[in-house]
Design a protein around this ligand. Structure first.
Ligand code: SF4
Length: 398
């Protein structure tokens, strides 16, 4: 709220607004800020209050604090949606109800989340100049569409799995979607009421499909709207019929939030996620171009003069040309590696190949550079398989 709740003139407007909400017959408010909860409970006791997931209630202690303030219901931090131990303890420790947000598709432990809420909060104020560019959405989409395992790690809950939460004593579920068209929200509500959805999970949870949410038409920034429009080409399909049993690992408390050592979500992504690779690349290119425009300030029409140091660094970083045939073979070799390692392989072996070409004094990466890079850069356990692939492609002798 930008501290405006403590400016007398705006504090009065705030009270008027809450009074208006009361007058039109609303009886339940969703609130994040502890001060507002206290104020509402003190001056407008007719309202029941649900604490928003934005308050990040992720422990019994925090939940008890909000209950003590007067909360009637709490939507916990979505990041604990698959932590059955904490949820169970919360239910037991509280008198107020737990209301689980089931349709959140934000990145697991999303680093943009708090910034995103802040941007939205300030962007919606009319007190001063405001402008909003959805940098968090652009950045998180790059991560999700570069690696489908990230989609599985998000803390959405399938309609079929609500029963496990009911077993814990949670019977209220929130279907999010305030910026989605009504038909999409209704589809989600129906799926969760039926406890079943035999289709694309991306149609009933949020966070993957922005081009159908009509935000691109409402968005004043045309570049952003155009970028989001490209998402359709990725054609993401999360086959919900293939996800029975996915929740078991979490029910048994086996998720340790150490994804590099785990791979559970990546394995399920292979089973259930279908994506158009070519279309995804177009979408990713479009997202990255938009992000580049933001981080270089081009989006704002500002061209900074480069310092000598920057120019030098850029020159050093400039990528070499690839012989087209070598590049094609390189991509085939990358496709032989496990899907979750492909972007890493592309980055590491690609830059090693370029270094090799540079060391030869060439500006073009050729087969010899790439072969050497694969031989030197592939980790021990994968060496044999990689050599077999090089042999199959006639790049080294059998
Ligand atoms: S630790 Fe494993 S189960 Fe947990 S989010 Fe990461 S990959 Fe998924």
């Amino acid at each position: 709220m930008n501290g405006q709740e403590f400016v007398t003139e705006n504090h009065r407007k705030l009270l008027d607004e809450i009074q208006w909400i009361s007058d039109i017959g609303v009886d339940n408010l969703v609130v994040t800020i502890p001060y507002l909860i206290e104020l509402i409970k003190e001056q407008f006791p007719k309202f029941t209050i649900r604490v928003s997931t934005i308050a990040r209630v992720n422990s019994v202690n925090k939940a008890k604090f909000f209950e003590m303030l007067g909360a009637d219901e709490i939507t916990p931090d979505v990041m604990i949606n698959r932590n059955f131990k904490i949820l169970e303890k919360m239910v037991k420790a509280l008198n107020c109800k737990i209301n689980l947000l089931t349709t959140d598709g934000c990145l697991y432990e999303c680093p943009f989340r708090q910034y995103h809420y802040n941007l939205c909060g300030h962007g919606s104020q009319t007190l001063s100049d405001r402008y909003y560019i959805d940098y968090p959405l652009i950045s998180c989409s790059i991560i999700k569409f570069s690696n489908p395992a990230e989609i599985m790690k998000c803390r959405w809950v399938r309609p079929e799995d609500l029963k496990y939460y009911e077993d814990l004593g949670i019977s209220n579920f929130k279907i999010g979607g305030r910026r989605l068209p009504t038909d999409r929200i209704m589809r989600s509500v129906k799926a969760y009421s039926d406890g079943k959805y035999d289709g694309n999970l991306a149609d009933i949870v949020q966070g993957y499909s922005f081009s159908f949410g009509s935000i691109q038409q409402l968005e004043p920034n045309k570049g952003f709207g155009k970028t989001v429009e490209e998402e359709k080409k990725a054609n993401l399909y999360i086959d919900n019929t293939k996800l029975d049993g996915f929740i078991d690992f979490f029910k048994n408390q086996q998720c340790r939030a150490m994804c590099d050592e785990c791979n559970y979500c990546a394995e399920w992504a292979k089973k259930a996620i279908i994506i158009d690779e070519e279309g995804t690349q177009i979408y990713l290119d479009s997202l990255k171009t938009f992000r580049d425009n933001l981080v270089t300030s081009r989006e704002f029409g500002i061209e900074r003069k480069e310092s000598k140091k920057e120019k030098k660094r850029k020159k050093k970083k400039t990528k070499l040309e690839w012989n087209p045939e070598t590049h094609e073979i390189f991509e085939t070799m990358v496709s032989f590696s496990p899907q979750e390692f492909q972007s890493m392989t592309r980055m590491v072996i690609g830059s090693m190949s370029e270094k090799k070409a540079k060391n030869r004094g060439s500006e073009i990466v050729e087969n010899q550079d790439m072969i050497q890079a694969f031989l030197e850069g592939t980790p021990g356990p994968y060496q044999e398989e990689m050599k077999e692939n090089l042999k199959k492609m006639g790049l080294i002798k059998a």
